[in-house]
Design a protein around this ligand. Structure first.
Ligand SMILES: Nc1ncnc2c1ncn2[C@@H]1O[C@H](COP(=O)(O)OP(=O)(O)OP(=O)(O)O)[C@@H](O)[C@H]1O
Length: 279
């Protein structure tokens, strides 16, 4: 079954979708994602509450990034339904049925989320300021002055007010990643998705990026979904840690529980590979 040729009854929507104030801001219901013959997400059920800080950990290839890329609408799903902020993400309700979403629907839904990638993905030919104002101007329709003011606000938040006229190549990796965070925040998303945001950084630059994410995690309203191998940081900022393996959640719970007393053999085995995860 593929969403591009499938209609689902609206009753497949989660109860949260019908409530005016959904408790869960993200829900995956029986989501399947395949790449060719490989099933990457295997009837995944997963939800995130508004304002919750959730970390996804797990072995390479377990489907962690795919979850974020699907949310950011960079990858489609093959089966199941996802709701974001009470609305179906990859579907639209029409005549009492869930139909595959139009480009316009996806564009609207994308505004709920900002994503920060491992490789920063800044526009190399644009200044730091332009990198940040581009989407607010072209997607949200902000005027140049308002967009510039926004850029200043978020550059200050990430400690880079003095770098606005530089180009990405003139910045360190840690600075580039902080610009990428400011760029995502400038769209004022309700949900921030971080895909291994420190994996491409030299060790001495990791701390400055984690400090910025920590500051965001202190905001109660912002929902954060973070894929990381930084176990100590995961423990520090998460309300919940989810251990993924082979496209399903094997184990999840508060960080103290998952890191200190993992219940499942696969989680125990995975965590053994990290030095002092329970730190
Ligand atoms: N566009 C794609 N085309 C084909 N296969 C893909 C694609 N994207 C991901 N995959 C495969 O899907 C599986 C899950 O990938 P994913 O990137 O979600 O894993 P991950 O848990 O984030 O791993 P890592 O920690 O190495 O980043 C992997 O086997 C990967 O090779």
């Amino acid at each position: 079954m593929n969403t591009s040729d499938t209609s689902l009854p609206v009753s497949a929507a989660s109860p949260a979708a019908q409530a005016s104030e959904p408790v869960d801001i993200i829900t995956f219901k029986d989501v399947v994602k395949r790449f060719g013959d490989v099933t990457v997400l295997d009837r995944l059920n997963f939800s995130v509450r508004k304002g919750e800080k959730v970390t996804i950990i797990g072995p390479s290839g377990s489907g962690k990034s795919t979850v974020l890329r699907i949310l950011m609408t960079l990858e489609n799903i093959d089966e199941g339904v996802i709701h974001v902020a009470g609305k179906p993400l990859w579907h639209e309700e029409k005549n009492g049925e869930l139909q595959p979403a139009s480009e316009e629907h996806l564009r609207e839904m994308r505004k709920e989320m900002g994503m920060v990638f491992q490789q920063f993905n800044l526009f190399p030919h644009m200044t730091v300021r332009r990198n940040i104002t581009e989407a607010p101007v072209h997607v949200l329709g902000l005027g140049k002055e308002e967009a510039n003011a926004r850029a200043e606000t978020y550059l200050e938040l990430v400690g880079l007010s003095d770098q606005a006229d530089k180009f990405p190549s003139q910045l360190s990796g840690g600075q580039q990643q902080r610009v990428a965070i400011a760029r995502a925040l400038a769209m004022k998303p309700n949900i921030m998705l971080f895909d291994e945001p420190t994996s491409a950084l030299d060790p001495e630059l990791v701390g400055e990026v984690l400090n910025v994410i920590q500051r965001l995690a202190d905001q109660d309203d912002l929902t954060i979904l973070l894929v990381t191998h930084e176990m100590q940081f995961a423990k520090q900022i998460s309300d919940r840690v989810c251990f993924f393996d082979k496209g399903v959640i094997v184990e999840q719970g508060p960080p103290e529980q998952v890191f200190t007393e993992p219940q499942e053999a696969r989680t125990q085995e995975f965590l053994k590979g990290f030095i002092n995860p329970e730190g």
